[in-house]
Design a protein. Structure first.
Length: 837
C-alpha cells in the first residue's frame, strides 16, 4: 500500500524530514524525538506536546535558523535513520505468521483515542482502539484502522464557580490535526460515495500514520454535499437517532467501500463494537459481484473473516433503530443485495418475536455476519452469553458462541518516563515488542528501596502537574487562590477518574461524607483524593454527581485535600495513573464490561482497589490489591450500594491507609512495596495490549483469514456448499424426531441407545449428542453418539450409541440433535437444536 502525503507547508530542504516525524503518531508513545521538538520551540512544546502543531505554527524565520543549525540537522538525520532502522527490524508477527497470512485486518471503530492532538474519542472504547492500533504497530500485525474525523470531537469540560459542568465544543481545524488528505495515484483527494435516500453522500478521506500502520478517517464536511449532510460527522455521539444511523452507515459502508476503492485486500474485518456492523453488508455486497453469487452465499463466505467484539454489558446497551427509519435508508440497499426488505430486517432482529415494530439491532446484525464473537473480559464473556441467548433459542446459555479476550493497555503510552527507565533496567528495551515470558521474574529482582523511590517520584510528579493545572483552572474562574498549599507529595494519594454516569457510582465514596472527611484529615495518616471525569451532556444524574463532589470539596477542612481536575482526557488520565498510589473503581456489577483505566496504573506501581467486576474480577488476588463486592449481582440497588460503601470505607480505614503508613526503621513501607512488586510482576504483562493483540491474532485473525480464504476458493465452492447445507437443515429441521431412548448400566458407566429419525436430512449433516448441564462445579458434558445400524422400516432413521460416566443419574443426560459440518461454526452459523422431550 502506497500513501503519498499532501503537505500544507513546504519546509527548507534540510528540514524536510521533520514532516515525516511530525506526522507519525508514534511520537505519542515513543519519546526519542521529544528533545528535537523541544529544540524547535520550547514554549509550544511545553504547552502542547504536539509536534504537528509546532510545525504548523513555527515562523519561517525560526525554520531558517534551524536549517542553518548543523547540530540540529544532524540530530534530525539521526532520528530519521533510527526510525527507518526500527521499521526494518523483524517483528513478532513476521516471525510467527509472515507467510501464513496475506492481506490486512481492517479494524473498524467509531472512536480512536491515540493522542490528545487528535480528539476523536470520548472514553474507554476509543482509548482501547488507539492502544490496539499502536500495539499492532509494535508487533507488526498488518492492521488498518477505519474511523470518522469529527469536526468537533467529544465536548471539553470546565466547571463554573458553582461547580457545575459547562460544555465546550471547540472546532477541530483539520490543518491543526496530525492528519493529511489521502491522495490517489493521480494526486487527487480520495473520496467515497454512499447512497442516501434521493441523494449521494460524498465522503472525504484523511490519513493518519501510526508508526507503520494507517488509520483512515472519513468525513462528510464536503462542500458538494447537501448542507444538512455536511454535519453528519460533526460530533461524536451527538445528534439524535437518525444522525447516529447516518454515522454508522458512513463508518461501515463508507469504510468498507474505501478499502475496496483503494484495492486493499482485507480478509479479516474486526468490528470494535456493533456500530460498524454495516461493513458486513457492504463486504458481502462487493463479494457478490466479484464471485457472481447470491447475497446469502457471499455472506456465508465473507462472514468467516469477520470478528465482532462486543463491549455491551446489558441488554439495553446495543444500538437499535426503528424499522421505519432503518428502511428509509436501506430500501434501495436491499435491492442492491438482491434480497427482500423482510430478509434484510431479519438480520437485525431476534427472530423469536413476530413484532412488526421490533427495532433493528446492530449487535444482532454483527452476530449474523460474524465468524467469531468475543466479549472483553472473562466475566463479560459470560454476561454476553446471557445477553445474546435470544439469538440461540433452546441452546444452553453456556453454549452461546461468545468467547472473551480480556482488554489490555498499551504500556508505553501509559507508563511514566521513570517507569520506562525502571522497566528497561529490569527487563530490557524491547520488552513490549515480543512475547513477555521473562518480565515477571526480571521485575522481582528490583529491591524495595528502588521501588519505593520510584513510587514517591511518581506521586511528586503528579502533585506538580496538578498544582499547575489547578492554577490554570483558577485563572479561568479568575480567582487567585494560592495553589501551592494543595496536595502534599508525601500523603497517600487516591485517584478516582472516569466518566460520571450512574453505573460507575462516582459518588459511592460520598455515601457518608463525614466518615470520608475523617479518613482524609487524620493528622498522622493523611490521605488526599483526586477526582476527574465528564458527564455526558444529557446525563443529569452524572452532572449531579459532579456537583456533589464540588460541593463536598469546598468544606474548609478539606482545602487542598480533595481536587477535581477538569476536562478528563488522555493527558490527564496519563498523569493520574502515573502518580496515584491507589486507583479506585466502584462500578455496579456487571456493568463494567472490562474497564481499562485500572490497568494503566500497573506499570507505574499504583495499586487497585476495585469492585469485582470486569477485568478486576479476573485479576484480583489478595497480594496485588483490594476488592469490594461479593462476585454477585444484586437487585436491591440502594441496599447493596450502602453495603458496598461500608466495605469500601472499612478497607480504606483498616487495610489501605495503615498499610501505607506502616514503615520500618528507615521509613520504608515494606508491606506496601511487596504489594507493588506483586501487582507489577503478576498483572502488568497480562493486562497489556501486547498480550491482547497477540491473543486476537493467534485465536482470531490468523484462523479467520484461513477460514475466509477457504470459503472463497474455487469460485466459492465451500461457501455455496455451506449455504446449501444450511438451507437444507432449515427446510427439514421440524421433521426430525426421536424414537426410543434407553440407558443401561455397563462397566464404563451408562450405555445409551438413541433412535433418531432424520427425515430429509443426510446423516452427515447433523450430530446426535448427549448433554448434561454443569453440576458440582464441573463442566457441562457433551458426548457425541456413534451412528450404528439403520432402523427398520424407516428411510433415514438410525440407532446411535455411546457411553457416559455414571457419576450422576442417567436422567441428567438428554439426547439432542445439532447441526454438524466440519467447516461450520455451530451454533453461530446454524442455531437449530432438537432436544429429546
Ligand atoms: C483509560 C481511559 C478511559 C477508560 O477508563 P475506564 O475507567 O476503564 O472506563 C476513559 N477515558 C480516558 C481519557 C482514558 O484514558
Amino acid at each position: 500500500m502506497h500513501i503519498t502525503h499532501y503537505l500544507p507547508r513546504t519546509l527548507p530542504e534540510p528540514l524536510a524530514g521533520l514532516t515525516t516525524l511530525a506526522l507519525d503518531l508514534r511520537w505519542s508513545w515513543h519519546h526519542s524525538t521529544d528533545t528535537l521538538w523541544q529544540a524547535v520551540s520550547p514554549e509550544l512544546w511545553e504547552e502542547t506536546r504536539n509536534p504537528w502543531l509546532i510545525l504548523e505554527n513555527i515562523s519561517d524565520r525560526r525554520l531558517e535558523e534551524l536549517a542553518a543549525d548543523a547540530g540540529f540537522v544532524e540530530t534530525l538525520q539521526r532520528q530519521l535513520e533510527a526510525r527507518e532502522g526500527h521499521f526494518k527490524s523483524d517483528t513478532w508477527f513476521a516471525s510467527q505468521f509472515g507467510q501464513a497470512f496475506r492481506g490486512y485486518v481492517a479494524y473498524f471503530s467509531m472512536e480512536f483515542g491515540l493522542s490528545e492532538s487528535l480528539p476523536i474519542y470520548s472514553g474507554g472504547l476509543g482509548i482501547l482502539a488507539g492502544d490496539h492500533l499502536k500495539t499492532a504497530c509494535d508487533l507488526g500485525v498488518p492492521l488498518i484502522g477505519i474511523g470518522l474525523l469529527y469536526q468537533q470531537g467529544y465536548f471539553r469540560q470546565a466547571l463554573d464557580a458553582q461547580g457545575e459542568q459547562i460544555e465546550f465544543y471547540p472546532y477541530n481545524a483539520p490543518t491543526m490535526l496530525p492528519v493529511t488528505p489521502l491522495m490517489d495515484d493521480r494526486g487527487e483527494w480520495v473520496r467515497v460515495n454512499v447512497e442516501f435516500p434521493g441523494r449521494q453522500l460524498i465522503l472525504r478521506v484523511w490519513h493518519v500514520e501510526v508508526g507503520r500502520r494507517s488509520l483512515f478517517l472519513l468525513d462528510s464536511n464536503e462542500p458538494l454535499n447537501f448542507p444538512g449532510d455536511r454535519g453528519i460527522t460533526s460530533e461524536l455521539y451527538g445528534g439524535g437517532q437518525e444522525m447516529r444511523l447516518q454515522q454508522e452507515i458512513v463508518l461501515g459502508i463508507g469504510g468498507w467501500r474505501l478499502l475496496e476503492k483503494m484495492g486493499i485486500d482485507c480478509p479479516v474485518c474486526h468490528l470494535n463494537e456493533g456500530h460498524a456492523a454495516f461493513a458486513i453488508l457492504e463486504r458481502a455486497r462487493n463479494f457478490m459481484h466479484r464471485c457472481a453469487q447470491p447475497f446469502e452465499v457471499a455472506l456465508r463466505a465473507t462472514r468467516a473473516g469477520n470478528l465482532f467484539t462486543s463491549h455491551t454489558p446489558v441488554e439495553a446497551g446495543a444500538d437499535r433503530f426503528p424499522p421505519d427509519l432503518f428502511m428509509h435508508y436501506f430500501r434501495d440497499y436491499a435491492k442492491l443485495l438482491g434480497i427482500d426488505e423482510q430478509r434484510l430486517l431479519a438480520l437485525g432482529r431476534d427472530g423469536v418475536r413476530s413484532d412488526r415494530g421490533e427495532p433493528f439491532n446492530m449487535a444482532y446484525l454483527a452476530f449474523r455476519g460474524a465468524g467469531a464473537v468475543n466479549g472483553v473480559s472473562r466475566l463479560h464473556g459470560k454476561v454476553s452469553r446471557d445477553i445474546f441467548q435470544p439469538l440461540f433459542p433452546r441452546w444452553p446459555a453456556a453454549e452461546v458462541p461468545v468467547g472473551h479476550v480480556t482488554n489490555g493497555v498499551h504500556v508505553a503510552t501509559w507508563d511514566s518516563q521513570a517507569a520506562d527507565a525502571l522497566w528497561t533496567d529490569a527487563c530490557g528495551k524491547t520488552r513490549w515488542l515480543g512475547t513477555l515470558e521473562t518480565v515477571a521474574t526480571d521485575l522481582r529482582c528490583l529491591d524495595d528501596r528502588t521501588l519505593w523511590d520510584f513510587r514517591c517520584r511518581g506521586r511528586r510528579g503528579l502533585v506538580d502537574f496538578l498544582r499547575t493545572r489547578l492554577a490554570r483552572q483558577n485563572r479561568w474562574l479568575n480567582t487567585t487562590q494560592a495553589q501551592d498549599q494543595s496536595l502534599d507529595p508525601g500523603f497517600l494519594t487516591l485517584g478516582f477518574a472516569r466518566r460520571f454516569t450512574e453505573y460507575k457510582r462516582n459518588n459511592l465514596l460520598l455515601h457518608d461524607p463525614d466518615r470520608l472527611t475523617r479518613l482524609l484529615t487524620n493528622r498522622d495518616r493523611p490521605v488526599q483524593l483526586v477526582i476527574a471525569g465528564k458527564a455526558h451532556p444529557y446525563d443529569d444524574f452524572g452532572k449531579r454527581m459532579i456537583r456533589q463532589w464540588n460541593d463536598y470539596l469546598r468544606r474548609p477542612e478539606l482545602q487542598g485535600r480533595v481536587i477535581f481536575v477538569e476536562d478528563y482526557d488522555l493527558v490527564i488520565a496519563a498523569e493520574l495513573v502515573r502518580g496515584v498510589d491507589v486507583w479506585i473503581n466502584t462500578p455496579r456489577r456487571p456493568w463494567e464490561a472490562s474497564g481499562t483505566s485500572g490497568m494503566k496504573v500497573l506499570a507505574n506501581g499504583g495499586l487497585n482497589l476495585s469492585e469485582l467486576d470486569g477485568w478486576w474480577a479476573e485479576a484480583y488476588r489478595p497480594e496485588v490489591g483490594w476488592a469490594i463486592g461479593d462476585r454477585q449481582e444484586h437487585r436491591n440497588i440502594a441496599e447493596w450500594d450502602a453495603a458496598e460503601a461500608e466495605q469500601l470505607y472499612r478497607l480504606l480505614e483498616e487495610k489501605v491507609v495503615p498499610c501505607f503508613y506502616r514503615r520500618d526503621e528507615n521509613g520504608l513501607p515494606r508491606e506496601w512495596v511487596q504489594h507493588m512488586q506483586e501487582s507489577m510482576a503478576q498483572l502488568t504483562t497480562h493486562f497489556s495490549s501486547n498480550r491482547m493483540v497477540r491473543e486476537y491474532t493467534e485465536r482470531f485473525y490468523v484462523p479467520l483469514e484461513n477460514a475466509c480464504r477457504q470459503r472463497m476458493d474455487d469460485g466459492c465452492k465451500l461457501a455455496a456448499e455451506l449455504e446449501a447445507w444450511h438451507a437444507h437443515l432449515r427446510r427439514y429441521w421440524d421433521k426430525l424426531y426421536f424414537g426410543n431412548v434407553s440407558a443401561e448400566k455397563c462397566n464404563e458407566g451408562y450405555r445409551f441407545q438413541v433412535q433418531a429419525y432424520l427425515d430429509g436430512i443426510p446423516a452427515e449433516a447433523v450430530c446426535i449428542e448427549l448433554y448434561a448441564e454443569a453440576a458440582n462445579g464441573g463442566e457441562a458434558v457433551r458426548q457425541v453418539l456413534t451412528r450404528t445400524t439403520p432402523l427398520l422400516g424407516a428411510d433415514n432413521g438410525y440407532l446411535y450409541t455411546g457411553t457416559v460416566k455414571d457419576d450422576r443419574h442417567a436422567a441428567a443426560y438428554t439426547p439432542r440433535i445439532v447441526p454438524a459440518h466440519a467447516a461450520a461454526t455451530v451454533p453461530l452459523e446454524a442455531s437449530m437444536i432438537s432436544w429429546y422431550r
